[in-house]
Design a protein around this ligand. Structure first.
Ligand code: 5GP
Length: 188
């Protein structure tokens, strides 16, 4: 059985970059989420997300097709169940890059999941990164900062490991070290 690895962190903490770095170094099954958010210009269907509408998302919920799902900033995001369970059963480690509420659901359902929270060195850095990304409007930055403050407060209750992403390569190495040393889990 593979391990279920959850990486969470406020928008702008750089968890996407950490995950991209890990994927270059290691063999994971990366879970592609479904979302009702509209695709950004550089995003591709089936690579970054499955972009579906709210009706379809609600049908997936009703059918029990999500391992976890949550509403984040007005949009729904969820982890398709089947691909994850199949990859674990095939002995592959599975990486989920998800927000806090979903991470809590995974923690409750799979207590042996490896839970990692990525934080920015401080909130000013976070805001600078969000604004610097260029694809996020001001009001959206404000909302994401508000969510970030909340997530950072809650994180110690949910996660086994908190990694500060100041220098990207160092953060990637630190997460790699956590994965090398943690036992992970057996899944039914
Ligand atoms: P974004 O809109 O920036 O792509 O993602 C917003 C937030 O939703 C990020 O924190 C991202 O990690 C999270 N997210 C992406 N996919 C999922 C998912 O399947 N489930 C949950 N709970 N959160 C997700």
């Amino acid at each position: 059985m593979g391990r279920l690895i959850v990486i969470t962190g406020p928008s702008g903490a750089g968890k996407g970059s950490v995950v991209a770095g890990l994927r270059r170094e290691r063999n994971f099954h990366f879970s592609v989420s479904a979302t009702t958010r509209r695709a950004r210009p550089n995003e591709r269907e089936g690579v970054n997300y499955y972009f579906i509408d709210r009706d379809e998302f609600e049908q997936w919920i009703a059918a029990g097709d999500f391992l976890e799902w949550a509403e984040y900033n007005g949009n729904l995001y969820g982890t398709p169940r089947r691909a994850v369970l199949e990859a674990l059963a095939a002995g592959n480690d599975v990486l989920l890059e998800i927000e806090l509420r979903g991470a809590q659901q995974i923690r409750d359902a799979y207590p042996d999941a490896v839970m990692i929270f990525i934080v920015p060195p401080d909130l000013r850095t976070l805001e600078r990164r969000l604004r610097g990304r260029g694809d996020t409007a001001d009001a959206e930055v404000e909302r994401r900062m508000e969510i970030a403050r909340h997530e950072i407060k809650e994180a110690p209750d949910v996660f086994d490991y908190i990694v500060v992403n100041d220098e990207l390569d160092q953060a990637i190495a630190e997460v790699g070290g956590i994965l090398d040393s943690s036992q992970g889990a057996d899944f039914p």
